[in-house]
Design a protein around this ligand. Structure first.
Ligand code: R5P
Length: 293
């Protein structure tokens, strides 16, 4: 097994190499003056199981294209099989056709990856794991929630209330509560099919004078988390933290979340950012080892 580091996940790829005690084949990349991406694999990948590591957080289209180029170059160089490790899977939120005429984006991306020679995909906390079924390629969806909860694992967080966005996300809160030995709950959410904006419903939470930690798959504009944090504060929480697997944190999302009352924002290196203090490398390595990669 050898690791090919994508331009967007250089550090994560190195952490994965350390976890797996395997080899990294360098990749040269540059951007042409007109914005097009250039990729060259600088080593031998022939007859090897190649692990391409490339997250596809913004700028998604550029990073997706780099992923396509990297996989197809590995295929051309004779890779035996190609696993794409795509911690944040862009276009995963368009996981069905909501309105007539829409593109089924996640399926289009998967079809291109298959055409580029990808034989398996590993991702982390996909927006809708069920949507990944039936896409005709093995996809492993790992959860980084336990790792995130362990970050809050010291005594001062013991018994904290783990909270998730939406009833569907309650398994997330439960997973975290297991680690923190506390209770869990969720805030009901609703997504506008036209604008994509998420609104939260007021709900009484049993968090007065307690530490509340929101666990979400993604913080993008920060809009959902800001409303959730403000709601938790209005319910008397002593401290509120915002934790997510994929900290896209567009524009000044982090600052706005803190301003809304959060005591901290924490994320993983699925998406490199100033809050990416938890590494997902151990769970990716474990998944690869378990399947005898
Ligand atoms: C909602 O379904 C997701 O779990 C996130 O809460 C949402 O996608 C975050 O987006 P934003 O930060 O733009 O509100």
């Amino acid at each position: 097994m050898i690791i090919l580091p994508g331009p967007a996940s250089q550090d994560l790829a190195k952490r994965l190499v350390a976890e797996l005690k395997t080899r990294l084949v360098p990749v040269f990349f540059k951007k042409f003056p007109d914005g097009e991406s250039y990729i060259r694999i600088e080593g031998d990948v022939q007859d090897r199981h190649v692990i391409v590591v490339q997250t596809t957080s913004p700028p998604q289209d550029e990073r997706m294209m780099q992923l396509f180029l990297l996989a197809s170059a590995a295929k051309k160089q004779g890779a035996q099989r190609i696993t794409a490790v795509v911690p944040y899977f862009a276009y995963g939120r368009q996981d069905k056709i909501f309105l007539p005429g829409e593109a089924f984006s996640i399926k289009t991306v998967i079809d291109i990856l298959k055409a580029c020679g990808v034989t398996q995909i590993i991702t982390i906390n996909a927006h809708n794991p069920i949507a990944l079924e039936g896409l005709n390629i093995p996809i492993k969806d790992l959860s980084a929630i336990t790792l995130l909860a362990k970050h809050f694992g010291d005594k001062s967080f013991k018994g904290a209330v783990s909270l998730s966005m939406g009833k569907k996300g309650v398994a997330t809160a439960k997973e975290a509560a297991n680690i923190l030995k506390g209770t869990y709950d969720y805030i009901p959410t609703r997504r506008d099919r036209h604008t994509g904006k998420v609104s939260i419903e007021e709900k009484t939470l049993n968090i007065e004078n307690k530490v509340a930690i929101f666990f979400d798959d993604i913080i993008s504009s920060g809009g959902t988390m800001i409303k959730a944090v403000a709601h938790a504060k209005s319910q008397g929480a002593a401290k509120v933290y915002a934790a997510c697997v994929h900290p896209l944190l567009m524009a000044d999302a982090r600052e706005r979340i803190i301003k809304s009352g959060a005591d901290g924002v924490v994320g993983t290196d699925s998406v490199p950012s100033p809050v990416s203090v938890v590494s997902v490398a151990p769970i990716i390595a474990k998944a690869l080892i378990n399947q005898g990669a």
